[in-house]
Design a protein around this ligand. Structure first.
Ligand code: ZN
Length: 159
């Protein structure tokens, strides 16, 4: 078996924060430690703890399993608690987040996977290669459950 680049497991988020850094006001900057909170971890906190949504609905919204949602939420809570109790800064950045998840398929090898809305721009521009065979012949491939997300896709050409 050849080694393959595994497609990223995307988490759908609606909220991208403007404020990305929180720090204790009276700490020496040189000795300040920080926790990195991923964008999808912040989204989990927002949905569950701020919006008060049921866990299942949160998972659906982020298009992850309930177990995955629980894991993301736990990681977020642990980091926030650690920062509040132990006086560490919180930096919010990175993660496997996207504004939407697009089901795509390689026309060359037939591999199907979920790609980020942002990467779909690269696919349209021929700047993205199939993780299985490196082909650029990638098309959107919605299942019954997931419709395509974007205008400008060739599925909608001529509409
Ligand atoms: Zn392929």
């Amino acid at each position: 078996m050849k080694s393959l680049a595994r497609p990223t497991k995307w988490r759908k988020v609606e909220f991208i924060p403007n404020i990305q850094y929180f720090a204790p006001s009276d700490t020496d900057a040189a000795s300040l430690k920080e926790n990195i909170l991923r964008i999808e971890e912040l989204e989990a906190i927002r949905l569950k703890d701020l919006e008060g949504m049921e866990q299942e609905d949160c998972a659906d919204k982020m298009e992850v399993s309930r177990q995955t949602f629980q894991r993301i939420l736990n990681a977020a809570r642990e980091k926030i608690a650690d920062s509040l109790i132990n006086g560490k800064a919180i930096r919010i950045e990175g993660g496997n987040y996207t504004r939407n998840i697009c089901p795509v398929k390689c026309q060359n090898c037939g591999k199907g996977w979920n790609e980020s809305y942002e990467n779909f721009e690269k696919i349209l521009n021929g700047e993205f290669n199939c993780p299985e065979c490196s082909s650029k012949r990638i098309v959107c491939f919605p299942s019954e459950k997931k419709k395509f997300c974007r205008r400008g896709c060739w599925r909608h050409e001529g509409e």
